[in-house]
Design a protein around this ligand. Structure first.
Ligand SMILES: [Zn+2]
Length: 417
């Protein structure tokens, strides 16, 4: 098998799903097992039948059960089963629920009925969860941000846990993040209020989803939670280019630390944020060049991407990349992204000819018009040191408040942080 037990354990939602998955990892629980070069599938037979599939890189999986835990015990069970029983995955032709091509009528019926069920059960829980969350938001605003409870991280953590329970994984991560802000910055009430306002807009949008343009619907849904299925990614744009891996950052999604890479297309000048899940055996390094086809997650302002095909070379060239000349240009582009999708949180910021300066112990970078923004993170000092006596091109990630420097181009060389 192309994956290990350790990798399966890494993607498990929690230890309970893993132990249930072990109890399903026996041939007696499965039928119709099959595989091709990219994925494997099977039908799990318990009190009900579930249709389960997963890609070999463990980045995509789906199951027709109603569990909000992703991957569910059936996906994990299928993968664990495959480790010792590769030869039992004998079918080579994908059934209709994997590829819509050929299949028996029976499995089509199972698919329709069970997909309907999962949709319904998961949707009901999410709809109810969003209703409760809106009430929580309204109570919070009524009580005011200066109320005692807001200062305690548990207040936010409890709400984040409730969001996980209804499946709103991404929204939950955002609430957890907000819980870390009170008291951290002088301007925290403004930042938190702004975020809460966007969340209220999100819930109202979710409650009126069908009235929105299709891609806005996708943005509303993915701000609440991602859909990792193949089908979802295949609805997005696909771009072939030579991509440079220019930076890296970390974020916490559902309590696990996830690595994000920024890639920048040499021909198209497009950029994308690639998530590297702990389970993935793909290894990107900042400085790599990846020639390949990138799929964007469907969005009104596509940013999240993943490679459909890729060939990695370990050399780097900065020709053809275009930097923003001024902060005004950059912020203008940010505004146009936010105009399409107000819930975007991270922006790719390559900025030309900047100079760093220090004030009150903080590092700022200043453009040629003498406009400046604050840096954050341990690399701010390196930017400062590298820019002494010269102008540098900075590549960073902007979060609306601060710029996280990821690297600088100086004297035709890319210095990676
Ligand atoms: Zn399942």
């Amino acid at each position: 098998m192309k994956f290990t037990k350790q990798q399966i354990e890494n993607i498990a939602y929690d230890t309970k799903s893993l132990s249930l998955a072990y109890s399903l990892s026996h041939m007696r629980s499965w039928s119709n097992l099959g595989t091709n070069e990219s994925k494997l599938w099977g039908v799990c037979q318990g009190s009900k039948k579930y249709l389960v599939e997963s890609s070999y890189d463990l980045n995509n999986y789906s199951c027709s059960c109603p569990s909000y835990k992703q991957p569910c015990k059936h996906v994990l069970g299928l993968l664990l089963l495959a480790i010792g029983n590769a030869n039992c995955f004998s079918r080579k032709v994908e059934p209709s629920w994997v590829d819509k091509e050929e299949s028996s009528l029976q499995s089509k019926i199972i698919t329709v009925v069970s997909n309907q069920n999962i949709k319904n059960e998961k949707d009901v829980r999410l709809v109810e969860g969003m209703k409760q969350f809106l009430l929580w938001l309204q109570d919070l605003i009524r009580g005011g941000l200066m109320s005692q409870q807001v200062q305690h991280i548990e207040f936010w953590e409890q709400q984040a846990d409730r969001l996980v329970d209804c499946g709103a994984i991404n929204l939950s991560a955002n609430i957890r993040y907000l819980g870390t802000l009170p008291g951290r910055y002088k301007t925290w009430p403004e930042i938190v209020l702004d975020e809460l306002g966007k969340m209220a807009l999100l819930i109202h949008s979710y409650q009126n989803l069908k009235q929105l343009p299709v891609l806005v619907q996708e943005d509303v849904k993915q701000t609440i939670k991602w859909d990792h299925s193949y089908a979802k990614w295949e609805q997005g744009e696909s771009i072939k280019d030579i991509w440079l891996v220019v930076g890296r950052n970390y974020n916490t999604v559902d309590r696990s630390k996830v690595e994000f890479f920024w890639v920048w297309g040499q021909e198209t000048n497009r950029f994308a944020n690639i998530i590297k899940w702990a389970s993935s055996n793909k290894n990107y390094s900042v400085g790599d060049i990846i020639e390949g086809e990138l799929l964007y997650y469907p969005s009104n302002s596509p940013i999240l991407g993943k490679f459909k095909s890729e060939k990695t070379q370990h050399k780097f060239s900065i020709e053809n990349l275009s930097f923003f000349s001024t902060l005004e240009d950059f912020l203008y582009s940010t505004a146009s992204i936010l105009g399409k999708n107000p819930w975007v949180k991270r922006f790719f910021c390559p900025l030309k000819n900047t100079r760093a300066f220090r004030q009150d112990g903080k590092v700022f970078i200043c453009d040629e018009n003498r406009q400046y923004i604050p840096l954050y993170g341990c690399n701010s000092d390196r930017v400062f040191a590298s820019s002494i006596g010269k102008l540098v091109n900075v590549v960073g990630e902007w979060n609306g408040q601060f710029l996280l420097p990821m690297g600088i181009f100086s004297d035709q060389e890319y210095i990676i942080f």
